[in-house]
Design a protein around this ligand. Structure first.
Ligand code: FAD
Length: 500
């Protein structure tokens, strides 16, 4: 291979986004991926002869993907069939009550009025506006921009930057702020759960994360064939633009000389030359030396104590009865503080887990249930200790009992059959995503500084760029895709300036 190529290590969302943009600008790109397929965490599993999403299921921030496809000179509609959900999620408590949130905020307010009274509905509209204001303050200068410092962020925000920065409420916890917005503890719990979208605890994450509530309210889509189709479509398009994919190929070391990166050494010993490298691995892998000594010091430390959430998941095909599941349903635990204490303080599986279910054969409105067994992903949050503790079958069995009995108390019976059920634990996630302990979102967003601690795209080693959920602007599919675009833009700018 010519050393004019750019190498992308990892075909996760950020790696795919970077490869596609670079190839669309005429750069020769090779993606090296240790798995057999593209997507990384956006993976699917085969259970009972049917394919089920085993990673992300909630598709938000559609504009990010519209831009990705537009960069490549095409339209997302020509590659993926997206449908907006009318009801974004159904929420249930075993103490009583069921609440739907709608794509239309006014309908959500009406539903909250019926659920918790007119005063809470009014307070919800105030919360909705506050979440939107935070999102709008941060979209251009933080989410779309390169990694800022607190000072440069205030500058980027423009007039009254410091005051507007104060209004994003970085110094309050999300839980504390929600106590000011809602009196019904169930609503506080529901909106606090958005912290888990960045792998964090609502009791430790800043109130700024209420912007995630706005992101979801702004639209959730389903992807025909499952979320994994998003990765498959990006990989197909990248290939059509000339990207070479080498699957089941592991990078063992990044090679560097005095000028900067020179290529990689594969686990097979083969060396591949490159003039630039985009690493889509969790930055913890660099810090732990998994890609060699030359790059170990380039990533900030990623201490195990600050890891984001992992998960225990059940991918299953089963009959369900008694509860009208929607595409996204959440069943809340009775002890929310206890759940996060168990995970982040005690490093164990919660005895009272909140359970999220993606029912892949259902839509975002009530309709007849799918005939026969349906495809489900059930997920509970778990500590990211997969590198130091392998959860025993009895620990997993106990968590399963707690989770499925909560579902039963909420009215949902699932005909669980071990033959058509695949469990993924933090240890499995750690094997798939090395150096993470199974953490799925990089470092947790705990405290106001956390978002500024994620590394940016450029590193001190010329030619090495970082992308993915553990770097700026953050975790989740759209944010990882944005980091891939940022990395590609830096590579393009640096290649252009080298040529000049
Ligand atoms: C169960 C689950 C549920 C989730 N739910 C949501 C959701 O609903 N919505 C949402 O937006 N996000 C969700 N997320 C988070 C989201 O999936 C991730 O933030 C995002 O996909 C991360 O993308 P990434 O670019 O960081 O790459 P990753 O997905 O981390 O991919 C990195 C790639 O690098 C490869 N790799 C690693 N080491 C090497 C090596 N040495 N050589 C070559 N290749 C290597 C890996 O095999 C992998 O393919 C969820 C994640 C999981 C697991």
């Amino acid at each position: 291979m010519s050393n004019d190529s750019v190498l992308v290590i990892g075909a996760g969302m950020a790696g795919l986004a970077a490869a596609l943009l670079l190839a669309s600008r005429g750069v020769a790109v090779t993606v090296i991926e240790r798995a057999a397929r593209p997507g990384g965490k956006m993976r699917e599993l085969e259970v009972g002869g049917r394919r089920i999403d085993a990673g992300p299921t909630v598709f938000t921030m559609r504009w990010v993907f519209d831009d990705l496809f537009a960069d490549a000179g095409t339209r997302i509609e020509d590659h993926l069939q997206l449908s907006p959900l009318e009801i974004i999620a159904r929420h249930a408590w075993d103490t009583g009550g069921r609440l739907d949130l709608f794509a239309d905020a006014q309908r959500s307010a009406e539903a909250i009025g019926d659920f918790a009274g007119a005063a809470e509905a009014r307070r919800y509209l105030g919360f909705h506006q506050a979440a939107r204001n935070i999102y709008e303050t941060l979209e251009q200068p933080f989410i779309r921009g390169s990694r800022p410092t607190p000072l440069s962020l205030a500058g980027r925000i423009g007039p009254f930057g410091a005051r507007r920065l104060w209004n994003i409420r970085p110094f309050e916890t999300l839980w504390g702020a929600l106590g000011g917005h809602f009196q019904d503890p169930r609503l506080r719990q529901l909106f606090g759960r958005y912290a888990t979208y960045s792998g964090s605890s609502p009791f430790l994450a800043p109130a700024t994360l209420m912007l995630i509530a706005h992101v979801e309210q702004a639209g959730v889509w389903t992807v025909a064939g499952g979320m994994h189709q998003t990765a498959a479509a990006l990989a197909r398009l990248a290939e059509a633009k000339g990207v070479t994919f080498r699957y089941q190929t592991e990078v063992a070391e990044i090679l560097a000389n005095r000028q900067g990166v020179s290529g990689v050494r594969l686990a097979t010993g083969e060396q591949v030359a490159a003039k630039a490298l985009v690493s889509n691995l969790d930055v913890a892998a660099l810090h732990q030396g998994l890609l060699g000594e030359a790059v170990r010091g380039l990533a900030p430390p990623a201490p195990g104590t600050q890891r984001s959430l992992s998960a225990l998941t059940w991918n299953l095909v089963a009959e369900t009865q008694g509860f009208p599941l929607l595409r996204h349903s959440v069943f809340f635990s009775r002890d929310y503080p206890g759940e996060f204490d168990a995970i982040f303080r005690d490093g164990r599986l919660p005895t009272e887990p909140t359970v999220y279910i993606c029912a892949q054969d259902r839509e975002g409105h009530d309709g007849p249930p799918p005939p026969g067994p349906e495809r489900l992903l059930c997920l509970v949050n778990a500590p990211a200790i997969g590198d130091t503790h392998a959860f025993s079958p009895s620990e997993i069995e106990q968590c399963q009992q707690h989770a499925f009995s909560l579902l039963e108390r909420c009215g949902l019976r699932i005909g669980l059959n071990p033959e058509t059920c695949r469990i993924t634990s933090p240890t499995d996630f750690h094997r798939l995503f090395p150096a993470t302990g199974g953490a799925l979102y990089g470092q947790a967003s705990h405290g106001w500084k956390a978002s500024f601690n994620r590394p940016g795209t450029r590193t001190k080693l010329p030619g090495l760029y970082l992308a993915g959920g553990s770097v700026h602007p953050g975790a989740g599919v759209p944010m990882a895709a944005l980091s891939g675009r940022l990395a590609a833009n830096c590579v393009l700018a640096d290649l252009a300036s080298t040529r000049r």
